[in-house]
Design a binder for this molecule. Structure first.
Ligand SMILES: [Zn+2]
Length: 241
Protein backbone atom coordinates (compact mmCIF):
# COMPACT_ATOMS: atom_id res chain seq x y z
CA UNK A 1 0.00 0.00 0.00
CA UNK A 2 3.01 2.36 0.17
CA UNK A 3 3.31 5.32 -2.17
CA UNK A 4 5.81 8.08 -2.91
CA UNK A 5 6.75 10.93 -5.23
CA UNK A 6 10.50 11.03 -5.73
CA UNK A 7 11.94 14.30 -7.08
CA UNK A 8 15.13 12.59 -8.36
CA UNK A 9 17.04 15.65 -9.71
CA UNK A 10 15.49 18.93 -10.93
CA UNK A 11 16.55 18.29 -14.54
CA UNK A 12 14.37 15.14 -14.67
CA UNK A 13 10.66 14.83 -13.87
CA UNK A 14 9.65 13.31 -10.51
CA UNK A 15 8.63 9.67 -10.26
CA UNK A 16 5.34 8.74 -8.58
CA UNK A 17 4.66 5.25 -7.27
CA UNK A 18 1.16 4.20 -6.25
CA UNK A 19 -0.68 0.92 -6.01
CA UNK A 20 -4.03 1.89 -7.44
CA UNK A 21 -6.99 -0.42 -6.84
CA UNK A 22 -9.74 2.12 -7.36
CA UNK A 23 -10.65 2.54 -3.69
CA UNK A 24 -11.46 6.00 -2.31
CA UNK A 25 -8.27 5.76 -0.26
CA UNK A 26 -6.28 5.12 -3.47
CA UNK A 27 -7.79 8.21 -5.11
CA UNK A 28 -6.69 10.25 -2.06
CA UNK A 29 -3.22 8.71 -2.11
CA UNK A 30 -2.86 9.50 -5.80
CA UNK A 31 -3.94 13.11 -5.13
CA UNK A 32 -1.42 13.27 -2.28
CA UNK A 33 1.51 12.00 -4.34
CA UNK A 34 0.60 14.12 -7.38
CA UNK A 35 0.54 17.12 -5.04
CA UNK A 36 4.15 16.31 -4.12
CA UNK A 37 4.92 15.87 -7.82
CA UNK A 38 3.48 19.27 -8.78
CA UNK A 39 5.40 20.87 -5.89
CA UNK A 40 8.61 19.16 -7.01
CA UNK A 41 8.18 20.30 -10.63
CA UNK A 42 7.34 23.89 -9.66
CA UNK A 43 10.26 24.13 -7.21
CA UNK A 44 12.79 22.47 -9.54
CA UNK A 45 14.16 25.71 -11.09
CA UNK A 46 15.65 26.54 -7.65
CA UNK A 47 18.24 23.83 -8.27
CA UNK A 48 19.11 20.61 -6.44
CA UNK A 49 20.17 22.33 -3.22
CA UNK A 50 17.26 24.75 -2.79
CA UNK A 51 14.36 22.95 -4.46
CA UNK A 52 13.62 20.58 -1.54
CA UNK A 53 11.33 22.11 1.07
CA UNK A 54 11.94 22.12 4.83
CA UNK A 55 9.77 19.84 6.96
CA UNK A 56 7.34 22.67 7.74
CA UNK A 57 6.28 22.91 4.07
CA UNK A 58 7.06 19.41 2.81
CA UNK A 59 3.45 18.24 2.98
CA UNK A 60 1.75 21.46 1.88
CA UNK A 61 0.95 20.62 -1.74
CA UNK A 62 0.21 16.97 -1.03
CA UNK A 63 -2.25 17.61 1.79
CA UNK A 64 -3.82 20.55 -0.07
CA UNK A 65 -4.30 18.36 -3.15
CA UNK A 66 -5.85 15.68 -0.97
CA UNK A 67 -8.25 18.19 0.54
CA UNK A 68 -9.36 19.50 -2.88
CA UNK A 69 -9.90 15.94 -4.09
CA UNK A 70 -11.74 14.95 -0.92
CA UNK A 71 -14.13 17.89 -1.25
CA UNK A 72 -14.75 17.05 -4.90
CA UNK A 73 -15.44 13.37 -4.13
CA UNK A 74 -17.71 14.35 -1.25
CA UNK A 75 -19.68 16.73 -3.46
CA UNK A 76 -20.48 13.91 -5.87
CA UNK A 77 -21.26 11.28 -3.21
CA UNK A 78 -25.06 11.36 -2.90
CA UNK A 79 -25.44 8.21 -0.82
CA UNK A 80 -25.63 9.32 2.88
CA UNK A 81 -23.83 6.17 4.02
CA UNK A 82 -20.88 6.85 1.68
CA UNK A 83 -20.74 10.48 2.80
CA UNK A 84 -20.72 9.39 6.43
CA UNK A 85 -17.84 6.94 5.89
CA UNK A 86 -15.86 9.55 3.95
CA UNK A 87 -16.37 12.27 6.54
CA UNK A 88 -15.60 9.92 9.44
CA UNK A 89 -12.33 8.68 7.97
CA UNK A 90 -11.23 12.22 7.03
CA UNK A 91 -12.02 13.54 10.51
CA UNK A 92 -10.20 10.58 12.04
CA UNK A 93 -7.13 11.17 9.85
CA UNK A 94 -7.05 14.81 10.84
CA UNK A 95 -7.42 14.06 14.55
CA UNK A 96 -4.57 11.58 14.26
CA UNK A 97 -2.33 14.06 12.49
CA UNK A 98 -3.10 17.02 14.72
CA UNK A 99 -4.43 16.09 18.17
CA UNK A 100 -2.46 12.85 18.55
CA UNK A 101 0.85 14.29 17.34
CA UNK A 102 0.45 17.30 19.65
CA UNK A 103 -0.08 14.83 22.52
CA UNK A 104 3.15 13.08 21.48
CA UNK A 105 4.95 16.40 21.48
CA UNK A 106 3.57 17.27 24.94
CA UNK A 107 4.79 13.89 26.22
CA UNK A 108 8.29 14.54 24.88
CA UNK A 109 8.40 17.95 26.51
CA UNK A 110 7.37 16.44 29.83
CA UNK A 111 10.01 13.71 29.58
CA UNK A 112 12.84 16.07 28.64
CA UNK A 113 11.84 18.62 31.28
CA UNK A 114 11.65 15.93 33.96
CA UNK A 115 15.03 14.57 32.89
CA UNK A 116 16.63 17.82 34.03
CA UNK A 117 15.93 16.71 37.59
CA UNK A 118 17.69 13.38 37.15
CA UNK A 119 17.57 10.01 35.49
CA UNK A 120 14.08 8.69 34.69
CA UNK A 121 12.79 5.22 35.45
CA UNK A 122 10.62 3.41 32.90
CA UNK A 123 7.77 3.62 35.46
CA UNK A 124 8.06 7.42 35.50
CA UNK A 125 8.09 7.62 31.69
CA UNK A 126 5.03 5.36 31.58
CA UNK A 127 3.29 7.60 34.09
CA UNK A 128 3.95 10.71 31.96
CA UNK A 129 2.77 8.84 28.85
CA UNK A 130 -0.50 7.79 30.48
CA UNK A 131 -1.23 11.26 31.83
CA UNK A 132 -0.87 12.86 28.39
CA UNK A 133 -2.68 10.07 26.55
CA UNK A 134 -5.70 10.04 28.83
CA UNK A 135 -5.98 13.82 28.57
CA UNK A 136 -5.77 13.84 24.78
CA UNK A 137 -8.09 10.85 24.17
CA UNK A 138 -10.70 11.88 26.69
CA UNK A 139 -13.02 9.82 28.91
CA UNK A 140 -14.55 7.81 26.03
CA UNK A 141 -11.35 5.77 25.66
CA UNK A 142 -10.23 3.51 28.48
CA UNK A 143 -6.53 2.74 28.61
CA UNK A 144 -5.85 -0.81 29.64
CA UNK A 145 -3.07 -2.34 31.68
CA UNK A 146 0.09 -2.48 29.59
CA UNK A 147 -0.61 0.73 27.67
CA UNK A 148 1.87 2.58 29.89
CA UNK A 149 4.75 1.20 27.79
CA UNK A 150 3.25 2.08 24.40
CA UNK A 151 5.44 5.18 24.11
CA UNK A 152 8.13 2.72 22.95
CA UNK A 153 6.33 2.12 19.64
CA UNK A 154 6.99 5.67 18.38
CA UNK A 155 10.46 5.61 16.78
CA UNK A 156 10.59 9.43 16.56
CA UNK A 157 10.97 9.77 20.35
CA UNK A 158 14.34 8.04 20.12
CA UNK A 159 15.61 8.77 16.61
CA UNK A 160 14.31 12.27 15.86
CA UNK A 161 13.15 13.99 19.04
CA UNK A 162 10.34 16.54 18.58
CA UNK A 163 9.89 15.60 14.91
CA UNK A 164 6.20 14.85 15.58
CA UNK A 165 5.42 18.59 15.67
CA UNK A 166 5.94 18.70 11.90
CA UNK A 167 2.85 16.58 11.23
CA UNK A 168 0.58 18.80 13.30
CA UNK A 169 2.23 21.95 11.97
CA UNK A 170 1.94 20.83 8.34
CA UNK A 171 -1.68 19.80 8.67
CA UNK A 172 -2.74 22.98 10.47
CA UNK A 173 -0.85 25.05 7.91
CA UNK A 174 -2.73 23.44 5.05
CA UNK A 175 -6.06 23.70 6.86
CA UNK A 176 -5.50 27.41 7.39
CA UNK A 177 -4.50 27.85 3.76
CA UNK A 178 -7.58 25.89 2.74
CA UNK A 179 -9.77 28.12 4.87
CA UNK A 180 -8.36 31.15 3.03
CA UNK A 181 -9.02 29.38 -0.29
CA UNK A 182 -12.62 28.61 0.74
CA UNK A 183 -13.24 32.24 1.52
CA UNK A 184 -12.60 32.59 -2.24
CA UNK A 185 -10.17 35.43 -2.06
CA UNK A 186 -9.27 36.48 -5.61
CA UNK A 187 -5.77 35.69 -6.79
CA UNK A 188 -5.39 32.74 -4.42
CA UNK A 189 -4.13 30.45 -7.18
CA UNK A 190 -1.27 32.76 -8.24
CA UNK A 191 -0.16 33.21 -4.63
CA UNK A 192 -0.38 29.48 -3.98
CA UNK A 193 1.73 28.71 -7.05
CA UNK A 194 4.32 31.26 -5.90
CA UNK A 195 4.48 29.49 -2.53
CA UNK A 196 5.15 26.15 -4.24
CA UNK A 197 7.67 27.64 -6.67
CA UNK A 198 9.74 28.94 -3.74
CA UNK A 199 10.80 25.39 -2.82
CA UNK A 200 13.22 25.65 0.07
CA UNK A 201 14.36 29.23 -0.57
CA UNK A 202 12.06 31.00 1.91
CA UNK A 203 10.90 30.64 5.52
CA UNK A 204 7.24 29.77 6.07
CA UNK A 205 6.60 33.19 7.66
CA UNK A 206 7.58 34.89 4.40
CA UNK A 207 5.60 32.45 2.27
CA UNK A 208 2.42 32.72 4.33
CA UNK A 209 2.44 36.53 4.58
CA UNK A 210 0.74 37.07 1.15
CA UNK A 211 -2.23 35.01 2.44
CA UNK A 212 -2.49 37.12 5.57
CA UNK A 213 -1.43 34.09 7.63
CA UNK A 214 1.20 33.91 10.36
CA UNK A 215 2.02 30.78 12.37
CA UNK A 216 2.82 32.96 15.40
CA UNK A 217 -0.77 34.22 15.48
CA UNK A 218 -3.19 32.03 17.50
CA UNK A 219 -5.89 32.76 14.89
CA UNK A 220 -3.81 30.89 12.33
CA UNK A 221 -4.23 27.71 14.37
CA UNK A 222 -7.88 28.41 15.16
CA UNK A 223 -8.61 28.77 11.44
CA UNK A 224 -6.99 25.40 10.79
CA UNK A 225 -8.74 23.65 13.66
CA UNK A 226 -12.06 25.14 12.54
CA UNK A 227 -11.73 23.19 9.28
CA UNK A 228 -11.63 19.94 11.31
CA UNK A 229 -14.47 21.19 13.49
CA UNK A 230 -16.67 21.82 10.44
CA UNK A 231 -16.06 18.27 9.18
CA UNK A 232 -17.09 16.86 12.58
CA UNK A 233 -20.17 19.10 12.65
CA UNK A 234 -21.13 17.85 9.19
CA UNK A 235 -20.69 14.27 10.40
CA UNK A 236 -22.81 14.88 13.49
CA UNK A 237 -25.53 16.47 11.37
CA UNK A 238 -25.65 13.28 9.25
CA UNK A 239 -25.94 11.25 12.45
CA UNK A 240 -29.16 13.00 13.47
CA UNK A 241 -30.75 12.85 10.01
ZN1 LIG B 1 3.44 13.12 1.71
Amino acid sequence: PGAFAHPTVPSAHPYVLVNYQGKTRDVMTLAHELGHGVHQVLAAPNGPLMAPTPLTLAETASVFGEMLTFKSLLATADNPQTRKIMLASKAEDMINTVVRQIAFYTFERKVHTERRNGELTSEKIGELWLSVQSESLGPAISLNEGYESFWTYIPHFIHSPFYVYAYAFGDCLVNSLYAVYEEAETGFQEKYFDLLKAGGTKHHSELLAPFGLSASDPDFWKKGLAVIERLIDELEALETE
